[in-house]
Every structure is written in C-alpha cells, then in structure tokens.
Design a protein around this ligand. Structure first.
Ligand code: GLU
Length: 424
C-alpha cells in the first residue's frame, strides 16, 4: 500500500468512519463528494517577455455548515486530485473544531522558487481573475497554505477589489495586520499543534517537562510548534527541513534556530551551528526515539514502508495528510498514539475564523485574547476527540472523522428535508 495518494488516504478514513456511524448511503455519497471543482489555465507574462501558462484549481468540497473555507497552495505537486483531498480535509477540520464553515482548497501547479516576485504577483492575480466569481466573504474565503503568505493574500484582496468586488476585509484571511489580519494568525497553526501535543501528553499521563520532541519541517507550522513546545518545557532534540536534519541530545534553543532561519540561513536550517549538535540523514527524523514526533512538512511522509521503524510515543500531525492510511494500522499496532491532522493543525483555520469574525464586526482583538480563545477552542476539540475515541474504542483519527462527519451530515439533513437522518 506504500505510495497511496492523499485522496486514497482521505477517502479510506472517511469510508471507515462513515461505516462506523452507519451513515445513510445517500448522505454518505452526498457529503463524501465535492460540491464543485474548477480547473483553470492561467496565462502569465514572464519577466523575460515570454508567455507561460499554469494550471490552477479550486475545489469547494462542502457548504453544509457554512461558507467554503481553505487555503491556496503553490507547489509542483499540485493537481486536481490533491486539491480534492485537501478540500475534504478542510470540511472535516472545520467541523471537528466546530467553526461555522464548510471546506475548500485551491492550488496552482508551479515552482514558486523559480518565479520572481513580480511573476508570482501576476500569477496570483491571474488566478483570482479566473476564479473570482467563486470567492466572497459569505461564499468562499481563501487563506494561505504551502508557499503562500500574507503578501499573496494582499494581492488577492487587491485584485478582487480591482475587479469590482466589494472591498471586504472578510473575503480573505491570513492577511497582514494593516489590511485587517488578525494578531496571532502567523503562529496559530504551530500554537495549535503544540496545544494538541501537550494535551496528548497529559492524557497519557506524561508530564510535558523534559519530554523529547522531533519536528519535521521548520516552516510556518513546525517552527512555531517547536517554539511553543520548547516554551512548555519540552526538549526539541531534532529538527529538519528540505536542506538538512539536525540532532542535539540536550535539546535546541528554538529561538536561536528561528533567528538563523530568518537571518543567515535565508529560510533554511542549513548552516546552523551549535555545540553538541550533529547532522543526521533527513529521513531519520521520522524514526528517532522521541516522545513526540511532529511531521509538519508535506503529505505522505509516514508510509507502510517506514511506519514499522517509528519509535515516537505520540505523533502530532502538523502537516495535512502526513500519514498514509496503511501506516495508521502499523502505528496503532506498535502502541503509537496519532493525533490526526484535522484536529492537530486546525489552529490556522481557527484563527482565520477569528480574523473573519473581527473583520465582520470591524474589531481588532489583542494577542492575549486571540491566544486564549485559540487555546480554549483547541482544548475543547481535543477533549471531544479523545472522549469519542474512548467511548467508541477507536483511533483518534476515526473518532475525529466520526465527530466531523456526524456534524456535517446533521447540517445537510437539517437543510435538505428529503435527506434521511443519520442511520437512515
Ligand atoms: N491552510 C491552512 C489549513 O490547511 C489554513 C486554512 C485557512 O485558514 O482557511 O488548515
């Protein structure tokens, strides 16, 4: 089963949880399928005077519980199937943390590192040009994802208003503060990952202080997760990114790592030096003997091939879809607890929701306010998932999907009276 696609994984988990819920077959087919899928070709005038074309996608998976919500990623691996899987994950993620959204995802197949800033801007504006009628504060609200950031969100906001859309701050989240972004949005996903990890440690009766942590991916999610776990007294003994993997038995000073990455490292860990540290093969980060492993890079990292070698006690999924379906069973067989992506990395979309709420009310909350609300919402969602797993005798992933699916099914049934309720 190694090498299964993200869509295979997401579909298999959905089917497993839907069966456990005894979901009506009609409802299962309805909420399991994307409502709308769009693929476009975007022409971009390149800096050298040439013309290039790129494929872009938006999949609107579900609007049963509220407007479509989800990020846009720029990556060479983007295709319709991947975006379809990521859109479904957003539906389940928003439902499991109980925020009033459906799910969507967008992406452009491109190598952002090979494009100049001006080319990226033209590409973004071209994407909005092709997609715009689909977006709006009560319709579909984009946000950052892999390789997109506040700057890209600013271009989206600007292009929408250039195109005659009402200038509404609530039409995009993950914006810079000056355009109505929320305090705490940058650190939100990593903060939520840390909250989910600390919650898991406590539920397993393990005092977080001195617990060892390995983090795969030191970007927007992993670096903040590492910081907050370090702040809570954990020992971050290993970190990795595309450039290298570093190990230090006594634990890293995470603020020094971050300083290096945002300074001399030019975005990468490569070149970081400190006493007692060594470089390890990048693949080894997943199989270190640690208490907590945080895969916070890309999907499909823990597979049927390497799951047997994982030695962590707890895996907290910072990335979307880092564990293949077949790997889950192997991990469970080894007594490894997996806190699934749709709960563990929901902090990003939770603060996106806070941003949207602030925008709609023309308010700005303080950092303390945002963090307190985020922590409370994440803790409540984690509790609900752990309690459901205990009650149903299933994994946290199955429990999270069961909770999410039943909420989406209930909303769909409430909206369409011809849909039978759960169980037929
Ligand atoms: N891209 C993030 C995710 O996968 C955040 C989405 C959002 O804020 O809408 O959850």
């Amino acid at each position: 089963m190694a090498g299964t696609s993200l869509l295979d994984t997401v579909t298999s988990v959905f089917e497993q949880a839907a069966s456990k819920l005894n979901l009506d077959p009609g409802v299962r087919a309805l909420i399991g399928s994307p409502e709308r899928e769009i693929a476009v070709t975007i022409p971009v005038a390149m800096d050298d005077g040439g013309l290039a074309t790129f494929r872009g996608y938006r999949v609107q998976h579900s609007s049963a519980r509220g407007p479509y919500k989800g990020g846009i990623r720029y990556d060479t691996g983007v295709d319709l199937e991947e975006v379809r899987a990521l859109a479904a994950l957003m539906t389940w993620k928003c439902a499991v943390v109980d925020i009033p959204y459906g799910g969507a995802k967008g992406g452009i197949c491109c190598d952002p590192k090979a494009l100049s800033k001006r080319e990226l801007e033209r590409l973004t504006r071209g994407y909005v040009n092709m997609m715009d009628p689909l977006f709006g504060p009560q319709v579909d609200i984009p946000a950052p994802d892999v390789n997109t950031d506040e700057t890209v969100m600013s271009w989206i906001v600007d292009e929408r208003s250039e195109r005659g859309a009402l200038w509404s701050r609530a039409s995009v989240t993950g914006k810079p503060l000056v355009l109505g972004g929320s305090r705490g949005r940058r650190e939100a996903t990593g903060r939520g990952v840390a909250t989910a990890a600390l919650h898991a440690l406590r539920r397993l009766g393990m005092d977080p202080v001195g617990r060892t942590v390995a983090v795969q991916g030191f970007g927007k999610v992993g670096s903040w997760a590492a910081k907050f776990l370090h702040d809570a007294g954990c020992k971050v003994v290993a970190v990795s990114d595309v450039s290298c993997a570093l190990f230090r038995e006594e634990g890293f000073d995470v603020s020094l790592l971050t300083e290096h990455v945002s300074g001399a490292g030019a975005g990468l860990l490569q070149g970081y030096e400190c006493e007692g540290m060594c470089e390890i093969p990048r693949a080894d980060i997943l199989t270190l003997d640690v208490d907590v492993l945080v895969p916070a890079a890309l999907e499909g990292q823990i597979t049927a091939d390497n799951a047997g070698a994982v030695k962590a006690r707890i895996i907290v999924e910072g990335a979307n879809g880092p564990t293949e379906f077949a790997a889950d069973e192997i991990l469970a067989g080894h007594g490894i607890t997996v806190v699934p992506d749709i709960v563990a990395n929901a902090g990003g979309v939770v603060v996106s929701y806070f941003e949207w709420v602030q925008n709609l009310q023309c308010l700005q909350w303080s950092m303390d306010d945002v963090m307190a609300r985020l922590d409370a919402l994440m803790t409540k969602a984690c509790d609900e998932v752990w309690n459901t797993a205990a009650r149903e005798g299933c994994s946290l992933r199955t429990a999270a999907y069961m909770l999410a699916i039943s909420r989406v099914a209930e909303a769909a049934a409430a909206r369409f009276s011809s849909i039978p309720r759960r169980g037929g």
